[in-house]
Design a protein around this ligand. Structure first.
Ligand SMILES: C[S@@+](CC[C@H](N)C(=O)[O-])C[C@H]1O[C@@H](n2cnc3c(N)ncnc32)[C@H](O)[C@@H]1O
Length: 245
């Protein structure tokens, strides 16, 4: 782990400092503040998304996804996190961390959970956020240039946000993703769902981050909640984790 990340990790998880991935860490520290210190590591990622979007526009390819069917499948799986009671009431607030051009909003806009609900998209790439703001004129939706959610919501969803790491070191990326998840959990009142590329993928590509599902399951169980469900083997190269309060 790089020295700066080591220091930041110690700040985010003060009692453990250099805790191993998946190790139990008390919920203390200020991950939001720590994330500000990691901004520099994300600059090449932001640039890559800006260029990809400028070439491909508000399409799955514009955020490095291969096709719309798979994006939809991911959303279907992630959105199983909603509590049936909230679907019946239709009043949930939802954070989308790494909203891209707003594809999850497109999926959710007619979903019963959103009838009287609220959707908040966060992203680090300004041109993608501009695309959201230009395309989406719905008083239930709002968009923010930020790498962490700034207000609490009932649910948080993360799709593909941690996939592109560019040249970042593996250990640093692992640390960053865990700090980010911890910060997001602190803003999540009911449940969170996130996906990551699975380390079991037979055809890994340079610049992408492949995570070990067991490590992340243990991390969530040890640091966020006892109520954790891992879903994998659904014919996409990733896995999904639900964390509920
Ligand atoms: C693979 S794209 C997926 C976009 C969207 N979730 C979807 O499924 O269509 C990942 C997005 O996450 C954004 N992103 C990456 N790291 C982020 C972070 N730490 N905070 C907020 N957004 C981030 C990128 O700019 C990009 O728009």
């Amino acid at each position: 782990m790089g020295n700066i990340l080591k220091k930041l990790f110690g700040q985010a998880f003060p009692a453990e400092g250099m805790a191993a991935p998946g190790e139990v860490v008390p919920a203390s520290g200020s991950p939001e503040a720590v994330l500000q210190g990691i901004k520099g590591m994300l600059l090449p990622v932001t640039t890559a998304y800006r260029i990809q979007y400028s070439k491909n526009g508000a399409t799955p390819k514009g955020v490095f996804w291969s096709n719309a069917d798979n994006v939809r499948k991911r959303f279907e799986i992630l959105c199983r996190v909603f509590d049936p009671e909230d679907i019946a009431r239709g009043e949930a607030s939802i954070i989308d961390l790494g909203c891209g051009y707003g594809a999850l909003y497109d999926y959710l806009k007619a979903h019963p959970v959103m009838h009287g609900g609220e959707y908040r998209g966060y992203d680090i790439c300004e041109s993608l956020l501009d695309a959201c703001k230009t395309r989406i004129k719905d008083p239930r939706a709002s968009f923010y240039l930020n790498m962490h959610a700034t207000r609490p919501a009932d649910y948080s969803i993360v799709s593909g946000t941690f996939n592109l790491k560019m040249d970042a070191n593996e250990a640093d990326w692992l640390t960053y993703t865990q700090i980010s998840l911890k910060a997001l959990w602190a803003q999540t009142d009911k449940a969170m769902a996130f996906n990551m590329l699975d380390i079991a993928d037979a055809a890994p590509m340079d610049g992408l981050y492949y995570a070990d599902p067991q490590v992340f399951e243990a991390f969530c169980r040890g640091n966020l909640s006892d109520n954790v469900t891992l879903v994998s083997g659904y014919e996409l190269p990733d896995f999904t984790i639900y964390v509920r309060r």
